[in-house]
Design a protein around this ligand. Structure first.
Ligand SMILES: [Mg+2]
Length: 441
């Protein structure tokens, strides 16, 4: 586990994992020097990220801000600036790409495959120090690096050298290191898996090893099979260039609970647009969509549908989201939070079937053909819209409905009185600043 290691000892393959320390909070401290050295939390409702000064008071991501303030009264709370965070992460990825032949990007983390770079990097420790310096001098951020023979070990060892550290696991140390860890350190083990296994009295990786492959598969399905390998230090997942997220969420809470269906629909349209744009930017499309609302009495409602065909086009996603909203009608309580989630994400096919009879637009058409033609037109329109937004920010072009949101007033009151239901959302050039920080802008 020593940060200085001899290259002759390093087994190939070799994977480097880089992780920005206290990402959102560090960026906020860089942007505002008065926050340097202060306990800072980024988030709304709950902590999305907090500085190491805040962590020393026992604060951590996911903690409600009210509790955080009680634990640490001098805490400075900042609302997220996702677009700015994304720029910082992108800069780090660019530096990594200049340095490593294969880089995989994950929000504020990067995996670099250094397999076969012995000739250009005879002393990896020195090169990694240089890389971390380059990231620091370009962005002002510190990163923690972990180096191991696969992605799991690289990430795991880095966790024990935060912040601003470099960890390397000697091959002969792997076994002892792994066995003493709690199971939640293994990739893919979330709270649900921890709960299932802990009900069986399994908390440590050592205990997990006692289960046979069929037994683990019986308890956890296919996931159990991969866990059988992970707890033995095996992780054969390759380092891939492009990440396909399992789902994409966009959501926000409101300053005041919203009662007007039109305001709610406008927000749903806006969130759907943001999510759809994210899909298109990455050449992806989604096959499923869910809508989640939290009522003022804290009750949650979630509905999901599978789309007839995967898409990345605003009108189809918006239509599906609004249908879900209509299906929720019935409860007469105000809405505190609304969010949409796209799932069944896949790469969009690069080749589109040409339309043989496109010129004959007056001919009677089957529904599917009409859909595909309207899809083609929307695709062309959205390409232009995306280009404008790329240059001037998402806020440069907004749907009419979103304009009512940014004015902050509930204009949908049937009686036209002055009753105001402020969404309370601020706006920057990237559009409305959503309350739920997510890096996938
Ligand atoms: Mg991080």
């Amino acid at each position: 586990m020593s940060p200085s290691f001899s290259p002759s000892k390093i087994l190939r393959p070799l994977i480097l994992h880089l992780d920005i320390d206290a990402f959102f909070a560090s960026v906020e401290q860089l942007r505002n020097p008065r926050l340097a050295g202060q306990p800072v939390a980024v988030g709304s409702g709950v902590i999305a990220s907090c500085s190491y000064e805040a962590r020393s008071h026992g604060l951590k991501a996911g903690m409600p801000l009210g509790l955080a303030l009680r634990k640490c009264p001098p805490l400075v709370i900042v609302r997220g600036h996702e677009s700015i965070y994304r720029c910082y992460a992108t800069r780090m990825f660019e530096i990594c790409q200049n340095w490593s032949p294969l880089v995989e990007e994950h929000l504020d983390e990067a995996y670099c495959d250094l397999t076969g770079t012995e000739q250009i990097y005879p002393d990896p420790a020195k090169e990694i120090a240089r890389l971390r310096d380059a990231i620091h001098s370009s962005t002002g951020l510190t990163v923690t690096a972990g180096l191991g023979r696969n992605r799991m070990f690289a990430r795991l060892i880095g966790k024990f050298h935060k912040p601003n550290g470099l960890g390397y696991l000697e091959p002969e140390q792997e076994e002892t290191f792994l066995l003493r860890l709690p199971i939640e350190h293994l990739p893919g083990v979330g709270p649900r898996t921890v709960e299932i296994l802990s009900n069986l009295g399994i908390d440590k990786i050592e205990q997990l090893r006692e289960l046979s492959r069929p037994a683990l598969a019986g308890i956890l399905g296919r996931h159990g099979e991969s866990l059988y390998e992970r707890c033995r230090g095996e992780d054969h997942r390759p380092i891939g260039g492009r990440e396909i997220p399992r789902s994409i969420q966009r959501g926000t809470s409101f300053d005041q609970d919203v009662t007007c269906p039109r305001t709610l629909d406008a927000m749903i349209e806006y969130l759907a647009e943001r999510a759809a744009r994210y899909l298109r930017q990455r050449g992806l499309e989604a096959g499923g969509i869910s809508l989640q609302v939290t009522h003022s009495d804290h009750r949650r409602d979630r509905r999901r549908i599978v789309l007839a065909a995967p898409t990345a086009l605003d009108p189809f996603i918006i239509q599906a989201a609004l249908e879900l909203r209509l299906s929720m009608e019935g409860r007469r309580t105000a809405i505190r939070f609304v969010g949409i989630q796209l799932d069944r994400i896949r790469l969009a096919p690069t080749f589109q079937q040409g339309d043989l009879f496109a010129a004959d637009i007056d001919a009677p058409q089957a529904d599917s053909q009409a859909d595909s033609q309207s899809g083609q037109r929307w695709k062309q329109i959205l390409e232009q819209v995306d280009q404008i937004r790329m240059r001037h920010g998402h806020g440069a072009l907004l749907r009419g409905s979103a304009l009512t949101l940014q004015s902050g007033h509930n204009r949908g009151d049937e009686k036209g009185d002055e009753k105001r239901a402020r969404t309370g959302l601020e706006r920057d050039r990237h559009g409305l600043i959503l309350r739920t920080s997510c890096l996938t802008r």
